[in-house]
Write a protein that binds this ligand. Structure first.
Ligand SMILES: O=C(CO)[C@H](O)[C@H](O)COP(=O)(O)O
Ligand SMILES: [Fe+2]
Length: 231
């Protein structure tokens, strides 16, 4: 389902550790700081031991920023349950976890028919080969670089072999990374071939988020340029 041009760099801040009592202001701040999209973390207390928010909040947020791409990171059991509500709330990408899903082709079809892009997430312990039988069905593969559930954890560099494997075998795929990504870890992420960069505390906790976003983008764009010259 991906296109046939090299995917471009996109930076998607996670607002998980921002001040959620003023969610719209926090999101606007990210957009004004240069974010390409917003990564919204949905947790159900079952798939992960934490709770955040669901489609009612997304539905309230949408009219306040009609043109912003919402990537829903669905850390939930039974991800098929929330597809229609998220589409109705205005989500653009529905990223479910492969570990939480029984009928992967049916779920991908449902997401696509609802008009959203299909994302599949892999926890650190899930081998990358798990996606191979379904690789045509996804627009985005999300490689988790922390155990899902909490922001502010340490980046797992050993997940980069999954990113490298995907970039080598699927040059046009959107590859997203999430967890502990920031100025200290972006270079290995960029060199491994990820192009959709989620970053939470490193951006929302910075005194100047725009500087952090620019730094992340610079690293990824340089790596893409280098890889194209090497071809
Ligand atoms: O999915 C997540 C946690 O499960 C978050 O998106 C992620 O942790 C972002 O926060 P940080 O960059 O602080 O790790
Ligand atoms: Fe996330």
């Amino acid at each position: 389902m991906s296109g046939h041009t090299h995917p471009c760099c996109k930076i998607g801040p996670s607002i998980l550790c921002a001040d959620l009592s003023c969610l719209a202001d926090e999101c606007r701040k990210m957009i004004h700081s240069g974010a390409d999209y917003l990564h919204l973390d949905v947790m159900d207390g079952h798939f992960v031991p934490n709770l955040t928010f669901g489609h009612p909040i997304v539905k309230c947020l949408r009219p306040k920023m009609p043109d912003i791409y919402f990537d829903m990171h669905m850390m939930v059991q039974n991800p098929e349950k929330w597809v229609e509500s998220m589409a109705d709330a205005g989500a653009n990408q529905y990223t479910f976890h492969i570990e939480a899903c029984e009928d992967i082709p049916a779920l991908c079809r449902k997401i696509q028919e609802s008009g959203m892009r299909v994302g599949v997430g892999l926890k650190p312990g899930t081998p990358v080969e798990t996606i191979l039988p379904y690789s045509d069905l996804f627009d985005v593969v999300l490689i988790m670089t922390v155990e899902p559930g909490f922001g502010g954890q340490s980046f797992m560099e050993d997940m980069m072999s999954k990113v490298q494997y995907l970039r080598t075998n699927f040059p046009y795929l959107d590859i997203e990374v999430d967890g502990g990504v920031g100025p200290n870890t972006i270079d290995v992420v960029a060199e491994a071939g990820a192009n959709m960069i989620v970053s939470g505390t490193a951006i929302t906790g910075a005194s100047d988020p725009s500087q952090v976003i620019a730094l992340l983008r610079n690293s990824v764009e340089n790596a893409i340029q280098k890889s194209q010259l090497e071809r």
